[in-house]
Design a protein around this ligand. Structure first.
Ligand code: MN
Length: 192
């Protein structure tokens, strides 16, 4: 398993996510999960499986480290530089309006579930086989692939994702993320 490269410059997400937070989060935290998984995999039945299959099948330390790699790969590749009036388009936009009433209502529910998750974990938007959307809270290394869903969008609510920039103000951090979501990437995850 290799550490993914970021598809943007380390300062590209400022002021929402500082270059300092990004470099620690990607270069130290995610690198540690990669190192831990690479140390744990040899000689196990998961050694040659794709990452998503490891997350679906493993438990214990292998699940935790593989889950965190999958989660962060999806997280880091869903961002681009800040822009105003940032919103989804196409089929994903229609599905969000149909299920949540409006994009604003969706954002409020998603951010509230992230703010309300006790301890460390992730809030996810995912889709099921019928194309229905789900917002779920996943503790620790959880990913909706274990529920049979396709992960689309995620906010990392571990403190390491925001503490350098926002200290204890998790809700402020989560609300700031809407301006850097790359909805082209998220929409492609939905359209398959
Ligand atoms: Mn993280």
């Amino acid at each position: 398993m290799q550490l993914i490269s970021l598809p943007y410059d380390p300062s590209a997400l400022e002021p929402v996510i500082s270059a300092s937070t990004l470099s620690f989060h990607h270069g130290k935290h995610l690198q540690a999960y990669v190192n831990n998984l690479n140390a744990a995999l040899p000689g196990t039945p998961y050694e040659r499986l794709p990452l998503e299959d490891i997350v679906r099948k493993a438990d214990g330390a292998i699940f935790n480290n593989a889950g965190q790699i999958l989660n962060h790969n999806l997280y880091f590749t869903q961002f681009r530089s800040p822009r105003q009036d940032n919103a989804p388009t196409g089929p994903l936009s229609k599905a969000i309006k149909a299920q949540f009433g409006s994009f604003e209502d969706f954002k409020a529910e998603f951010a509230a579930k992230g703010a309300g998750l006790f301890g460390s974990g992730w809030v996810w938007l995912s889709s099921d086989a019928e194309g229905n959307l789900h917002i779920t809270q996943e503790p620790n290394a959880g990913n909706p692939v274990t529920k049979g869903f396709t992960p689309l969008l995620t906010f990392d609510v571990w403190e390491h994702a925001y503490y350098l920039d926002y200290q204890n103000r998790r809700p402020d951090h989560l609300n700031s993320l809407w301006s850097i979501i790359d909805w082209d990437v998220v929409g492609k995850r939905y359209n398959g």
